[in-house]
Design a protein around this ligand. Structure first.
Ligand code: GGG
Length: 347
């Protein structure tokens, strides 16, 4: 029987209960579909930082390299560790080291979920560049604490990085409804974003069957709310993709329903699966975190591992649970109630 080795990094706050809940569902799916999942749990988090001075050990990346995939919960506990330190100490280095350059975020409606922005038929796939752009970490501060203080954050867009994420976006569009929206702010950002637009035109020549439309980020935000049915695949830089996918989550009904996959398309290192939401310190100890985004991310992991039918079964079980109204409104059901409803539907 095939056994997949999965690294679990629950992280901080609600990351812990949602990963635990998702794991029960994924194990059940494995047993029903004739394969095994073997978990190794890593306590890398802001608590770990407080104990050791780092978000993960110096050999953390090498340790993770031996796994088939990584399932991560949430990173951040701002009361103890500045968010920029926790993000740049764990999540971002993993994405970069393992060349997980494509962050895939599906936005589809689950039955029974309501929300003020919900639009029937909302079904888009956001592809976020995941290893460079505005999150490069390059920059600095001078004259700190003086009236002359200056902070510079450098957005890094390489030809390799932009080409490969655009090509990935075109491939996804080709496999779906054949439409790609390429998002920039090239009227205002005249170097990086004009470069992105130019590369979009270059790569588009390889995909004559895909209809590509450039949008500015502000227009795209409005379009996602006002006319989402005109969109199919949306490709954007690291920052713009991060922002647009929180909006996508809101249209779905909330961050509790937004799944994501950090994919290394070349399969030279493990890919990482995580809910879009963060650690939510305000509800972290209440037992009401919605595990659906993590279960959905786990379903994407199963599909990535080649267990397509198991992943589809997990998603059918999620839909069966939400169709009964379980987990459809923030704070309405407890984490274990939602996970049990999915388990029951899974059989
Ligand atoms: N579930 C992952 C998580 O904790 N996300 C928090 C966050 O701020 N992420 C930023 C990012 O995805 O780049």
């Amino acid at each position: 029987m095939t056994t997949y080795r999965i690294a679990l990094i629950p992280g901080d706050g609600i990351g812990v209960p949602v990963v635990d809940a998702a794991w029960t569902v994924l194990e059940r799916a494995a047993s029903r579909h004739g394969f095994q999942l073997s978990a190794t749990r890593f306590p890398w988090s802001c608590d770990f930082y407080r104990e050791t001075g780092a978000m993960m050990p110096a050999d953390g990346i090498e340790t993770l390299r031996g796994f088939d995939a990584i399932l991560l919960g949430a990173v951040g506990w701002p009361a103890a560790v500045p968010d920029a330190v926790s993000l740049h100490g764990l999540l971002l280095p993993i994405r970069k080291a393992f060349r997980q350059y494509a962050n895939i975020r599906p936005h589809q409606l689950l039955p029974g979920v309501e929300g003020p922005l919900r639009k029937e038929g909302f079904d888009i796939l956001c592809i976020r560049e995941n290893t460079e752009g505005e999150y490069s970490g390059a920059g600095g501060r001078v004259h700190v604490g003086t009236p002359d203080e200056v902070a510079v954050e450098t957005a890094v867009f390489t030809r390799v990085g932009v080409e490969r994420i655009l090509r990935f976006g075109f491939e996804q569009a080709r496999a779906r409804r054949g439409k790609l929206a390429s998002v920039t702010k090239s009227n205002a950002q005249k170097h990086t974003m004009v470069f992105w637009d130019e590369m979009t035109t270059v790569i588009a020549a390889e995909y004559p069957d895909v209809e590509v439309t450039p949008y500015h980020i502000d227009a795209m935000a409005a379009r996602m709310v006002m006319a989402p049915d005109t969109l199919d695949v949306v490709v954007a830089s690291n920052l713009f993709g991060d922002i647009l996918t929180d909006l996508g989550a809101a249209i779905q009904g909330g961050l509790g329903f937004a799944a994501s996959a950090n994919i290394n398309p070349d399969r030279t290192a493990p890919s990482m699966f995580e809910p879009v939401h963060g650690s939510a310190p305000d509800i972290a100890h209440l037992g009401i975190a919605n595990p659906i985004a993590t279960i959905w991310s786990g379903a994407m992991m199963l599909e990535h591992l080649g267990e397509r039918e198991a992943g589809a079964a997990v998603m059918r079980a999620v839909e069966a649970a939400t169709a009964k109204g379980i987990g459809t409104r923030p704070g309405q059901d407890r984490t274990d109630t939602i996970a049990n409803a999915v388990l029951q539907a899974l059989g």
